[in-house]
Design a protein around this ligand. Sequence first.
Ligand code: UD2
Ligand code: MN
Length: 570
Amino acid sequence: NHIHFGDSDKLKHDRKIHAEEKRNLVNKIEADRQVQERHREEKAQLPAKNDDTLRYKKKEALPSRPYVDPNAPGEGGKAVVIDKDKLSPEEKKKFDDGWQKNAFNQYASDMISLHRTLPDVRDPECKDLKYKDKLPDTSVVVCFHNEAWSVLLRTVHSIIDRSPPHLLKEIILVDDFSDMDHLKQPLEEYVAKLEKVKVVRTKKREGLIRARLLGYSVATGEVLTYLDSHCECAEGWLEPLLARIAEGKHHVVTPVIETINDNDLTLRGTPAKNIFVGKFNWQLTFDWMPRPANYAPQALVEPVRSPTMAGGLFSISREYFTELGTYDPGMDIWGGENLELSFRVWMCGGTLEIIPCSHVGHIFRKRSPYKWRTGVNVVKKNSIRLAEVWMDEYKNYYYERFNYDLGDYGDVTDRKKLRERLQCHSFDWFVKNVYPDLFVPGEALASGEIRSKAKPMCIDSAVDNHNYHKPVNMWPCHNQGGNQYWMLSKNGEIRRDDGCLDYSGGESVIVYPCHGQKGNQEWQYREDNSIYHANTQKCMETSVDGQKLTMKTCSGVDRQIWTWKRKSPS
Ligand code: UD2
Ligand code: MN
């Protein structure tokens, strides 16, 4: 029952060919879609018989989907291209305000129909799958805080327009104390005309976790489906999710989350072959990785097990969610709840899977547009709560990253009791059985800050997309982990999360995504406390002023001597 993620070289390679394959497959799918479309049109001419889709239409008329001109902006998931130079001063102001308030292009979204069509992005194989006639119904819960009108209502209509009516029990919009006017009376009035949609409101700003709990408390469907407030559900999104839960209530499932571009609102499809699954790092942030490569071709569209989920879009049996302890109500605003639920599901007898035939778009943004809580690092607080309860001794790998400065994270007694009551597996079990490819810092030969003997300066760099390829520098040691926390892995990498110190000649050392190939990323922390680069036979050295990190011929001077905070006995 292990998930195998293949070796990392393969993954790197896959990532490279990913883009090209994706293009080819998208083309193939588009061609297939056109054929299917033709068939459907032909079929529609015939009298309705044993065809489910037609039966829905007859029995329970689909909610009226107004005619939308196929050439209207954004139709079929196409890009909305706006030439800002052609906008009037007022329009320009609207355009800028839209970005400012939402961190996506609201101006473009406002031009698109609330009922826009999307490409049918499903793999051809999906259309051969048969689902039981009787599936559990679902309450769809959408929480929002100050969401744009067009984006929120397009989320709502995409659910109504593309869900079989008998499977959609209700849509619950949870307003987390928004202060934008359009979300008050106007929303109330608009929604009054939509039979299945209701609005509930928090009495103060709760954050998305407690807002979801409010939605849960009023939901009546057999399954709960959570969506963010800037989503678009694609054709056939719901049935495969519910069908998997019908096979066993302990299956927690997510659709394939398609990116809706934050600028031009395009939505394309991800073929099952190229699906990414969820992982996490020791900063307890969520990230994606390619799905394991060793699936059987016939299993291409079968559920894909995923160690973690992004958190916003998933379906879970309402009964199972209750048994499992819903969410931790002590978590604020944003963050942490996704890993908490992921670990809990796996450790307490469930499974977490991505369903390749279900596709839902989501606008991924580059910043968070709304106010958070001042004076508290809520993500850290939420993450400590999850680490305390679920991660056993592994929590220390996270705590080391900020030198055990836990702060006040509230009371987690109830959550610990929950874990006991559910008799869950250990975190060690989770790592070994669900995510065996995870890099575990405990296996590191050295860890913590790397301090120069010459001056109280430490090797310092953030590891993220912005810093890849940039020179690594020295900074006064602060003893707080963070950007000065480095680990020496068994195969000689000096790494943090997915970033490795890399030297390819010249003056500077850079941070580069770890490739597991040694070469430029192979280092030795030697007996004499020098840090040696095998490939170039040079040693790390600080500049005379202590500010820069350079590579020089090994000489044993103080500027080449380093104290690594913890060295494991070898
Ligand atoms: C991702 C998830 C999100 C959540 C988050 C971690 C996806 C696609 N999105 O962030 O669902 O799991 O990671 O916590 O997987 N909101 C409130 N009240 C608040 C803050 C946010 O109701 O105080 C709403 C917000 O309007 C949105 C949802 O919660 O509908 C998620 O927030 P986001 O879209 O800013 O988060 P995202 O997608 O970056
Ligand atoms: Mn979101």
